[in-house]
Design a protein around this ligand. Structure first.
Ligand code: PMP
Ligand code: GLU
Length: 401
């Protein structure tokens, strides 16, 4: 992290997004003519469905080109209410929905809305890279609950309770999880809910952006438990389910008070998100789940492919993730080894850079997700790219001595 006196303490204390940094480094190598396979950024490698693109073109022709209401067009928010009811069995009113510039902004808005300086935010590790940094921006304090391969990267109710202090304001998690793919079952969620029932001042941010990429069960939302629903801030968006990462469309469903606060914050910072993207979002939800299910089929096949290839690499340990499109294999057996030029691999950051520079495969270090013994691979890439990437990784790792 570089610090200067020109910039605020706030920005000086913030780390660069590791997912975006590794993607940038990969692009820079590729620009030099090197054939780099990117397994770093987590985004579907599919195109946005045609009916969604058509809706965006029509939106332009229909002159949806002006400022939108700050929390989103009412008919988009109504479509979200309908989706939450039909797909998740959850009841919300449109006054409880705020649409933002991606789920990333939704999360950031919520953290800024809830967290005072010094408030604690409990985050199970590994977590998505931006969670802890959003807490830094809000001048809160992250309290991490460690998990590992042996617990399938999930926390228990006892671990949750042990992490709670009088300063705890928020608990924040994703299921299916980025980066581990872990999915909490209804019973596991219920056990956590029993703890939250005892602590009525804790708010729960439930990031469900990967809900449809779940290979084991139907998606279970923690917002289904009435005893705590008012304190749940549900995060979702269109990036993963509809291959719409560039459109920047996400939302929250929350209590009216929290939704109104997010609306106020957004009204002073970004205003409503892109009008055309919002019209496209309506078409995405109206079109149903056909395209999502097609993507899921491809992800299921690739998951098995990568699992088999990873298990064929000496020194790597992995589980079979239940959801999302990432593997988070343990790589600590390579720490302490040297690359062919004699450089020591001390941690996951060194290993990820080695794999990029020598193997020409972009991954992300586990340290940025809160656990340095691992690296993250996105398998949202073609079967051919994945096969070649895993071949390169195996070859590069075999050169470490
Ligand atoms: N949450 C998680 C867990 C994610 O992986 C992502 C992907 N970047 C986001 C939120 C944000 O998604 P977006 O801003 O593209 O809607
Ligand atoms: N969610 C993706 C990832 O984790 C997108 C990149 C980002 O916004 O961090 O790679």
């Amino acid at each position: 992290m570089s610090t200067t006196t020109i910039l605020s303490d706030r920005i000086n204390s913030l780390s660069e997004s590791a997912t975006l940094k590794m993607t940038k480094l990969g692009r820079e190598l590729a620009a030099k003519g090197i054939n780099v396979i990117s397994l770093s950024v987590g985004e579907p490698d599919f195109n946005t469905p045609d009916h969604v693109k058509e809706a965006a073109k029509k939106a332009l022709d229909d002159n949806y080109t002006r400022y939108t209401p700050v929390p989103g067009y009412p008919d988009l928010r109504q479509a979200i209410v309908k989706k939450l009811k039909e797909e998740n069995g959850l009841d919300y009113d449109i006054s409880q929905i705020v649409v933002s510039t991606g789920a990333k902004q939704s999360l950031s808005n919520v953290i800024l809305t809830l967290v005072n300086p010094g408030d604690q935010v409990i985050i199970p590790t590994p977590y998505w890279v931006s969670y802890s940094e959003m807490v830094v921006l809000a001048e809160g304090e992250s309290v991490f609950i460690p998990t590992d391969l042996d617990s399938n990267f999930k926390i228990t109710a006892a671990q949750l309770e042990a992490a709670i202090t009088p300063k705890t304001k928020v608990f924040m998690f994703s299921s299916p999880c980025n980066p581990t793919g872990s999915v909490y079952s209804k019973d596991e969620l219920e056990a956590l809910v029993k703890v939250f029932e005892k602590y009525p001042n804790i708010y729960i941010i439930a990031d469900e952006i990967y809900e449809h990429i779940n290979f084991v069960d139907k998606h279970e939302s923690i917002a289904q438990f009435d005893s705590i629903k008012d304190r749940v801030i549900l995060i979702n968006g269109f990036s993963k389910a509809y291959a719409m990462t560039g459109w920047r469309l996400g939302y929250i469903a929350a209590s009216k008070e929290i939704a109104a606060a997010n609306d106020k914050l957004q009204g002073q910072t970004t205003s409503g998100t892109c009008s055309i993207a919002q019209r496209a979002g309506i078409a995405a939800y109206a079109g149903g789940l056909e395209s999502v299910n097609k993507m899921k089929e491809a992800f299921a096949r690739r998951r098995q492919l990568v699992y088999d290839l990873l298990n064929d690499i000496p020194g790597i340990k992995t589980n079979l993730p239940d959801g999302a499109f990432y593997f988070f294999p343990e790589v600590k057996s390579f720490f302490g080894k040297k690359d062919p030029e004699g450089n020591l691999i001390k941690n996951s950051g060194d290993l990820a850079l080695y794999l990029l520079n020598y193997g020409h495969v972009a991954t992300v270090d586990g340290g940025s997700f809160g656990n340095d013994n691992y690296i993250r691979l996105s398998y949202a890439a073609s079967d051919e790219s994945l096969t070649e990437a895993l071949r390169r990784i195996k070859e590069a790792l075999a050169k470490l001595a």
